[in-house]
Design a protein around this ligand. Sequence first.
Ligand SMILES: [Zn+2]
Length: 155
Amino acid sequence: MDPISQDEISHVFDEDQVVLPDLSTVAWDHLDYLGWVHPSGHLAYLVLVSPESGKLTGSVLRRRPRISKRPRYEMCSWCHHVHRNNRTAMFTLSVKGTEGRHLIGKVLCKDLDCSLRIRNLVEPASYMDETLYVQARIWRMQKSMHRWLKRANRL
Ligand SMILES: [Zn+2]
């Protein structure tokens, strides 16, 4: 994605709603969206260019880590990375206009680093090998992300 500034980010959220990320280490070339987690761990933020308006759009997500004592496999529904040992979280998005009464959730990589996983830039690798090439994986991730945001009227 094209680099964006802290100023642009704060403009897509209501004030006081957002803790801005450190952008000095962001590898923009490897990202399809910008996602980061609030220091408390209970919230996360998503900023991307809407395919409908061509403008930046921001969403606040509730985040709940999934803790299981028994090792199990979990797949991120954006990047299809298969994790072991609690590396995913449940993210929920409130449907705009419902005052938080209607929430829709997704199991995603807990740090929202799916763009990097798709490009095989994060260790450990997925527990399930995929033969799909990178562009197709990006397309699949964006489609899933856009559909979810659209259902919440936040695209
Ligand atoms: Zn992921």
